[in-house]
Design a protein around this ligand. Structure first.
Ligand SMILES: [Zn+2]
Length: 582
């Protein structure tokens, strides 16, 4: 008997063999045991994940006379014929090569005839998205009301190309990419059966290369077996695939993180001498950088999600060296370079310059850090009487995107921490009296503090644009903007005033009496200048009376999450709102 490729020899034969697609297998099996088999199924998912295999297993379970509990016997003539694709009632059809309307007409011409050997006639149409529009139309009527003995199983990698009329007539089952761990499980099983020894690392390497497709992993194993005489090492896979070993790329990333230009050029030189594809280097670096972020975010659990679990320890070591936003920026640069390399005559230059820029991407300072620095400087200047001046958040020589050494021993955690102790020292002076300006600028934070105790009060204060207008003789005056005295009455109760008093005390260590005043917009004909050239193109400066719509516009701006973030980060306030010129 001739040699049979592994992907065919070890094609799963029962629902239980379908490693990595357990959910779909269970759904199909249950539909048989519960006698609820639909007349049309659509299997959708990436290539090489077992759609055709499951279609055959399902067909076999339907035609096998000895089927029990939803499983075929795999022993009878019918099972054998389906497995070998020679069963007369299980018709496999390739949508890519038989996509014309005549092909479909031929197919459905036989639909009405009874099955010859079994109780069902099953049509498996692979790559169904390749079928033409007219051919789909010819299929529609049959699909709507097929004879009871007819079942359709469609398979596609591109569900978005299928017309709605087809989708709505099918039960759709999504196939997922196979996880590396499941691919490795299957490869190990095959190697045992074939009496092949293979290094654990080589299995990881194949699984990473196969990118979620069983078929690709098994083809690669086939090549490796032919090349290696029974003992497969990582080196075998590197040689047959012509790819770079992950540890070499991890070393390159380490050189980037430590800004070691010399080693970096040396590494690229080696890659080029070995004839590696520079575009692939970009892609693989992106994957490893992604793994580093996953480790930063998920810690030990991430071993299940990263693309090459074999290098978990090295990736974990890298994850404490550079912060997430720095790595995200590096991935963006590599992605751009990957696209440019395709059309460049000097791909090496592009790659090297990108890697150099990646070394220095850590010099860029995150917005949060700039804000922190401004804040801490501001408070140092303002409250000179403070016994403890707030330290600047980053010393000039320190690289803010590089993680501090002290975090190296700690478990990986999200890279950016927005609140650091020093900023709290700055906003919560405990030994000194707060100035009027501090109370004015700190008012939004006080309102936030109130939210947890009295959310309704906080909401009234926010909605009516409350602000501190003055602080004199231990009395704080808070202005609310609105059109009705009832607003003041609702906040001017003893309990609510006490909530505000204690919130101020907690933040500023000040006991103040509360006075509310109303900025009544229904009485006043307050005017503001707005520059509105979009709606009133002929007039440059228009005076309009302030009204409900303008107030709502202001509120909309003030509640915008991005504006809030800027106000929060820079501790500033909105002075004027202008419409954007076109
Ligand atoms: Zn059977």
């Amino acid at each position: 008997m001739g040699y049979e490729v592994l992907a065919l020899k070890y094609r799963p034969q029962t629902f239980d063999d379908c490693v990595g697609q357990e959910e779909v297998a269970k759904t199909l099996k249950n539909s048989i045991t519960q006698d609820r088999v639909g007349h049309a199924y659509l299997f959708t998912g990436p290539r090489g994940v077992g759609k055709t295999s499951l279609a055959r297993i399902f067909a076999k379970a339907l035609v096998c006379p000895n089927a029990a509990n939803g499983n075929s016997c795999n022993n009878c003539e019918q099972c054998f014929e389906v497995s070998k694709c020679i069963h007369m009632d299980v018709i496999e059809f390739d949508g890519a090569s038989n996509n014309k309307v005549e092909d479909i007409r031929d197919l459905i011409a036989n639909v009405d005839y009874q099955p010859t050997k079994s109780t069902f006639k099953i049509y498996i149409i692979d790559e169904v998205h390749m079928v033409t529009q007219q051919a789909f139309n010819a299929l529609l009527k049959t699909l709507e009301e097929p004879p009871p003995h007819v079942k359709f199983i469609f398979a596609t990698t591109e569900i978005q190309k299928l017309p709605e009329t087809i989708l709505s007539r099918c039960q759709i089952l999504g196939f997922k990419q196979i996880q590396a761990i499941d691919i490795i499980k299957r490869l190990k099983y095959i190697c045992e059966k074939e009496n092949i020894t293979i290094e654990e690392n080589a299995l990881q390497f194949i699984a990473a290369k196969a990118r979620g497709a069983h078929r690709d992993s098994q083809s690669l194993l086939d090549q490796a077996i032919a090349y290696a005489d029974g003992n497969i090492t990582t080196q075998t896979i590197i040689e047959i695939t012509g790819s770079i070993a992950d540890n070499e790329l991890i070393e390159l990333i380490d050189h980037i993180f430590s800004s070691d230009h010399n080693q970096l050029f040396n590494k690229v030189h080696q890659f080029i001498q070995k004839g590696f594809d520079l575009g692939e280097i970009c892609e693989r670096l992106m994957e490893i950088l992604r793994d580093i972020i996953v480790v930063q975010e998920c810690g030990e659990e991430s071993i299940d999600y990263i693309s090459n679990a074999f290098y978990f320890d090295q990736i974990k070591a890298l994850s404490v060296k550079v912060r997430r936003d720095g790595i995200q920026y590096m991935i963006q640069m590599l992605s751009d370079t990957r696209n440019k390399i395709k059309y460049s005559n000097v791909p090496r230059v592009l790659l090297e310059m990108t890697l150099i820029r990646m070394c220095h991407s850590s010099d860029l300072i995150a917005l949060a850090d700039i804000a922190k620095e401004i804040k801490s400087n501001k408070y140092t200047n303002e409250s000179t009487t403070q016994t403890q001046s707030a330290p600047t958040s980053q010393s000039r020589n320190e690289n803010p995107l590089m993680r501090k050494p002290s975090t190296e021993t700690a478990a990986p955690n999200p890279a950016i921490t927005h609140e650091e102790p020093q900023s709290q020292i700055a906003t919560k002076p405990t030994n000194t009296k707060a100035s009027e300006s501090q109370l004015i600028s700190g008012w939004p934070s006080i309102v936030e503090d109130i939210t947890s105790k009295d959310p309704i009060l906080a909401s009234i204060l926010k909605k009516n644009l409350s602000k501190v207008t003055q602080v004199i003789d231990n009395q704080i005056t808070i202005e609310l903007t609105g059109d009705n005295e009832r607003i003041i009455n609702s906040v001017n109760t003893d309990t609510r005033k006490q909530s505000v008093t204690s919130a101020i005390f907690n933040r500023f260590n000040e006991s103040l009496k509360i006075q509310y005043i109303l900025n009544n917009i229904s009485d006043k004909k307050k005017t503001v200048e707005i520059d509105d050239r979009i709606s009133l193109p002929d007039k440059k400066d228009v005076k309009i009376s302030i009204g409900e719509s303008l107030r709502m516009e202001e509120e909309k701006v003030l509640s915008d999450p991005d504006i809030k973030k800027v106000i929060d980060q820079f501790d500033c306030e909105v002075i004027n709102i202008k419409k954007k010129e076109n």
